[in-house]
Design a protein around this ligand. Structure first.
Ligand code: ADP
Ligand code: MG
Length: 221
């Protein structure tokens, strides 16, 4: 599903990733833990095709059998919109739009019709227990609800893999627990693969596999 090899990343003199090799199977839920500043977000951005690794002749990133590092920016964007979903610590919903509209945006980028997008978005919001909240704007929703809307937005184009960067970092423990359980429900129901950066030990313990980022390298726990 995901194969990353020889991933290096520098910011000026700072060597953040020092040769990451990572293989993730379909339908796996993998947690990445590690100290703040150790490069977890940097790695997730590279795996999610939002950033590029340093060139070193041997770097490789294959997602869904596609060698993404060789592609042009335009085709990477298309690939990302179709195959990858993102969930961030701060939901990053657009405040002027309702929950339903926020969820539909990635579908519109993919030029799906309004009818198709809305039908799909409503189904997802129902699955996430938000059917009575669809017409609310983000500031009328609780933190947990906002984050579940962000989950629906990540899933609207039925991506094969979802990258989440401290998704419960901003939630109270009850909402966090609900969100974590949701990830596994979604994996079981729809077969998504999840790569989740987290400081939450409960979530890490639930994961199929925990990887630790330390000194620019990943090791299994
Ligand atoms: P984590 O997510 O594990 O907390 P990050 O991947 O955000 O760590 O950051 C790793 C290191 O790289 C940190 O020292 C951070 O300051 C640095 N860093 C991250 N992004 C940039 C950037 N765009 N420019 C310069 N330094 C950066
Ligand atoms: Mg981070």
């Amino acid at each position: 599903m995901i194969k990353a090899e020889n991933i290096y990343k520098y910011f000026g003199d700072l060597e953040v990733l020092k040769g990451i090799d990572l293989h993730i199977k379909e339908k796996e839920v993998v947690a990445i833990v590690g100290p703040s500043g150790s490069g977890k977000t940097t790695l997730l951005q590279i795996l999610g095709t939002l950033d590029k690794p340093a060139k070193n002749k041997n770097e490789e990133l294959i997602i869904n059998q596609e060698r993404v590092l060789e592609q042009q920016d335009k085709s990477i964007s298309r690939f990302r919109n179709t195959h990858i979903g993102f969930i961030f610590q701060f939901h990053q919903l657009l405040p002027e739009f309702t929950a339903l509209e926020n969820v539909c945006i990635p579908a519109y980028i993919q030029k799906r019709t309004k009818k198709d997008a809305e039908e799909n978005a409503k189904k997802l919001l129902e699955f996430l227990g938000l059917d009575h909240r669809m017409d609310h704007k983000p500031n009328a929703l609780s933190g947990g609800e906002q984050q579940r809307v962000a989950v629906a937005r990540a899933l609207i184009n039925n991506p094969s893999v979802v990258f989440a960067d401290e998704p419960s970092g901003n939630l109270d423990s009850a909402s966090a627990k609900k969100l974590h359980e949701l990830f596994f429900q979604l994996r079981d129901e729809f077969g998504h693969t999840f790569v989740i950066v987290t400081h939450n030990e409960e979530l890490a313990e639930m994961a199929d596999r925990v990887l630790v980022m330390k000194d620019g390298k990943l090791t299994s726990k």
